[in-house]
Each structure stands twice: as C-alpha cells, then as structure tokens.
Design a protein. Structure first.
Length: 254
C-alpha cells in the first residue's frame, strides 16, 4: 500500500477530523516543556506572505521552496491533487513514514494548533497495546493565497535532543551532530535526508548512550551539493521497536 493510500485510510478511519481536531488520546508519557529545534526567537506563526528569504524557519518537507508550493497550489486548484498538504497531521505522518522511513510510527496521537502553527505528536503501538510517543513534529503554514499547505520545520525535543549543528546553520560532510539523551541502554543512529532523493544521503550506526540528560555526539558522512537543505534525524530504539524516539533538525550544506 503506497503512502497516499495509507494516509487516506488513516483519515477515513476517523483519526483525523478536518486536520484541526485532536488526533486521538494523548500518549501515556506526553512530553512536557519541550525545547524546539526551531530558533527560540522565531515567531509562533511565520507570516504566510513572506518570501523564502524572510521565512522564519527552515523548510524541510514536503516543499523546498515557495515555487514548489505555488506549483502544488495550482495543481490542487485545478484537480484537487494531494489534499493531505492541507492537513497538519497527515503531513506529519507523510514526513515520518514516507520521508524518514519510520513506517511503524503511524499514529497521530495529539495535535496542538494556533493559527498557522501546529505541533503533531506521532507514535506507535507497543506490543502491550499501549501507544508510545516517538516525536512531536512542528509544522507551519508555508506560502500565501487561498490554499496554504503545511510544512514540517523541525521537532519539539525533550528526552532526546538534537542541538548540533545549529538549526538553520551550515553543515559540511561529515557533519558533527550532538545533543542530550535520557534513557537506559539506548543505541543512537542517524540519517541525513534531502528532498528529491529516494532514501538517506548519509547515515551512521551506532553509538551506545544513556543516563540523565547525558551529552552525546558523533559525525555523519553525507552526499549533497553545496547550498542544499538537509534534514538530519537522530533516533534510538531496540527495546520494543526499531525506532522509539527521534529528533530532527535542518541545515544548509556549505
């Protein structure tokens, strides 16, 4: 089953109501007081009419530019193509399952929205039937006009953070990444993604980690031309699922 059909099935099952209601019961361990991979000085809602050079965030998925946004808006107006772009929960799932490749993380378990800003908690079913939160995806409206799509710009990080490189900064291969983790017997992996490719353009495996807000760091080699936007994801798992928590940041290649 392809991603578009899977997303449509999720919506049809009633888990997502018009893209603006609660997506289901909150996970047992709902993150609190999160830090965000977006800059602290960025406004809660980026101006929808701002040009790309003034966009307050790093656009990661599904659009790499305002030109791509306008192309989709034209196709949607003429034929209703890919309506999931207008739904923040479906966009978060497309990012998690289709772009990052975490196919088992397919449940939108919580949604917070205000104007053009959304935070979608995505999770997975544990073997005992409970739902675990894997990440909180941060999205904002990107573009202007009648049908403005949602854009993934990062994650709200709590027990696993990705602080280096700086959000929206410059990265060269191999990129040094780092942050903090709370957990026991963790195993950190990372990938680098770029729009327009069918899989990661770089990866790293693996580094043992654990403790209470313990620092971690390692380098990830990748292939991307200068000036391209990359999405860096770090994740841990292995207790009940291959990926149980993940964090994301965005950078531009130098």
């Amino acid at each position: 089953m392809n991603l578009t059909i899977r997303l449509a099935a999720v919506a049809a099952a009633g888990l997502l109501a018009a893209g603006c209601g609660a997506a289901g019961p909150p996970p047992a361990s709902q993150p609190t007081s999160p830090t965000t991979s977006a800059p602290a000085s960025a406004p809660a809602t980026a101006p929808s009419s701002a040009p790309a050079s003034q966009f307050a965030y790093q656009p990661l998925f599904p659009f790499g530019s305002l030109a791509a946004v306008r192309a989709w808006q034209a196709s949607y107006a003429s034929g209703g193509h890919q309506p999931w772009h207008l739904n923040p929960a479906l966009t978060a799932l497309a990012f998690t399952q289709g772009y990052l490749g975490f196919s088992h993380i397919g449940k939108p378990v919580a949604l917070r929205m205000s104007a053009g800003d959304a935070h979608v908690t995505v999770g997975f079913h544990r073997p005992d039937g409970h739902v675990s939160a894997a990440a909180v995806i941060h999205l904002v409206k990107y573009g202007s006009g009648k049908h403005v799509p949602w854009e993934v710009v990062g994650t709200d990080d709590t027990t696993l953070t990705l602080d280096i490189p700086a959000y929206g900064g410059t990265a060269t291969s191999p990129v040094r990444i780092g942050g903090k983790i709370t957990g026991v017997d963790e195993s950190l992996r990372a990938e680098v993604h770029r729009l327009g490719t069918s899989g990661p353009v770089g990866s790293f495996c693996c580094q043992p980690a654990g403790g209470q807000a313990s620092p971690w760091s390692f380098s990830v080699p990748f292939h991307a031309a200068s000036g391209q936007v990359i999405t860096i994801v770090v994740h841990t798992g292995g207790h009940v699922a291959a990926v149980e928590r993940f964090a994301v940041t965005g950078a531009r290649t130098g």
